[in-house]
Design a protein around this ligand. Structure first.
Ligand code: CMX
Length: 435
């Protein structure tokens, strides 16, 4: 058994009694009330999910296992000469709650290396799809096709498992799957946009480094991607991609089924696709002003035109956050250091000064501040990834780290199949006293 799996086994043993005790001794203790607007309004604010992997404070933003983004970036081990930490170290943190040593990170790197080979049938499948298929469809289909490899599904079918060791098979699937995601993503990119010139994986590189290599982009793109994958990894459990992955896994569907489903949710324009929408929106803005750099007044007018045509301003607003997303800030700091004079970055910076005021005046969005998607595309664009419909795949590889860590713990703690209760409109009217 790997040291990571051993450590996880120990943590799980320590944690299980906490969950059991809460259910047994305090099962009837009330957590929160539920109002009609929450029932109709997408369950906003209802506290009915549990995860220890990350927590989203509306004002502070995300903490991964209790650490803020700057703390994660500072504390996790980094490859020699690099600014950003190993993605493998971040995954170790998400899974165990501990900052790994160099040696512990190396072990995860080696595990991924041993599991990273993508079966040929996945590439064959991708090649049968029309080239104008959205890359998220390709990515999700590739992951779904890998389901035949599931060790969990196989052991379940053979009746080999009991509830207490479900997590071990889930862990094996999670590691097998994660290790393959960089190559699947980069293959789609090179096949679809770069004249069908996939670049083979370099087994000596780490997760972020190998991804940059397979994309065919030089340094510091490896650091861009380490940062990107870490920032996008997890945002507690209620967002569409995390919740969907958890929900599907709750039916004892394996990691492949669950992640593929979660990614289909990430592909929606109100969720992960927003980073593609932001770039498209900014390109439309630039097209309107030709070579001239738009002024703040121009930007303000463009924002109002967007709102008045009934569209949302992509990259702004959030269901939980009520301040600037620290994932936006982390990317802004990177951009200030590496691409301060980039025209697109300057537009994004100007938008930061303009959009919150416009949204406040508009009076609808509860949060007028930027979210992660308002910034991600600009950095990708600068380093040459200009095919913006690919951006959500990058988000998806990052998001896999968090949601797969979560479903490993779901199995470990024996969370049951998810099954909330619905009511009819008649019933709500009765509850409201109007019927
Ligand atoms: N532009 C214009 N209107 C906005 C808005 C924005 N950026 N953000 C919210 N609103 C509107 C909503 O559409 C809603 O209008 P209606 O009452 O007419 O339906 C109203 O303000 C209230 O919405 P809210 O409670 O503030 O926000 P929600 O929790 O319903 O939705 C989100 C959150 C992110 C979907 C929304 O802010 C939005 O559509 N933003 C733009 C898309 C985006 O950036 N998505 C990425 C989010 C991060 C991620 O998941 O990747």
């Amino acid at each position: 058994m790997s040291k990571l799996k051993e450590k996880l086994a120990k943590k799980i043993e320590e944690h299980r009694p906490r969950t059991t005790r809460l259910v047994k001794e305090f099962g009837d203790t009330k957590v929160c009330d539920v109002t009609i607007s929450q029932v109709i309004g997408g369950m906003r604010g209802i506290k009915c999910l549990v995860t220890d992997i990350s927590y989203l404070d509306p004002y502070e933003g995300i903490r991964f296992r209790g650490y803020t983004i700057p703390e994660v970036m500072e504390k996790l081990p980094k490859p020699a000469g690099c600014e950003m930490p190993y993605v493998e170290g971040h995954f170790y943190l998400l899974l165990t709650g501990e900052i790994p040593t160099e040696e512990e990170v190396q072990e995860v790197i080696n595990e991924f290396k041993a599991r990273k080979q993508v079966p040929q049938y996945v590439f064959d499948l991708l090649r049968t799809m029309p080239r104008d298929t959205h890359p998220m469809t390709m990515f999700s289909a590739a992951i779904l096709s890998l389901q035949r490899e599931s060790k969990f599904a196989k052991a379940y079918a053979e009746g080999k498992m009991n509830k207490f060791n479900y997590w071990e098979y889930m862990y094996e699937d999670v590691m097998d799957l994660l290790a393959k995601l960089p190559e699947i993503g980069a293959y789609i990119y090179r096949m679809k946009y770069k004249g069908d010139t996939p670049i083979p994986s370099n087994p000596d590189l780490d997760f972020g480094g190998d991804f940059a290599h397979m994309m065919g982009i030089d340094k510091p793109y490896d650091d861009v991607m380490r940062m990107y994958f870490i920032l996008h990894s997890d945002h507690e459990s209620g967002n569409v991609s995390a919740h969907t992955t958890h929900l599907v896994a709750s039916a004892l569907s394996d990691a492949y089924y669950s992640l593929s489903a979660g990614l289909n949710g990430l592909a929606g324009p109100l969720h992960g696709l927003a980073n593609q929408e932001v770039l498209k929106w900014i390109q439309d803005l630039r097209a309107r002003y030709g070579d001239k750099m738009p002024t703040k007044e121009d930007l303000e007018k463009f924002c109002w035109d967007t709102l008045n045509s009934g569209q949302v301003i992509p990259g702004y607003g959030h269901a939980v956050l009520r301040k600037t997303d620290p994932r936006y800030t982390a990317q802004r700091e990177f951009a200030l250091k590496h691409l301060p004079d980039d025209e697109l970055f300057q537009i994004v910076s100007m938008l930061y000064e303009v959009v919150p005021g416009v949204l406040e005046k508009h009076g609808k969005a509860k949060n007028p501040w930027p979210n992660v998607d308002a910034h991600s595309g600009v950095i990708q664009w600068y380093y040459g990834v200009r095919e913006y419909d690919f951006y959500t795949v990058l988000f998806g590889i990052g998001r896999a780290l968090g949601v797969l860590a979560n479903i490993t713990w779901d199995r470990a703690l024996g969370y049951p199949i998810e099954r909330p209760k619905s009511v009819t409109t008649d019933m709500l009217e009765e509850i409201a006293g109007i019927k």
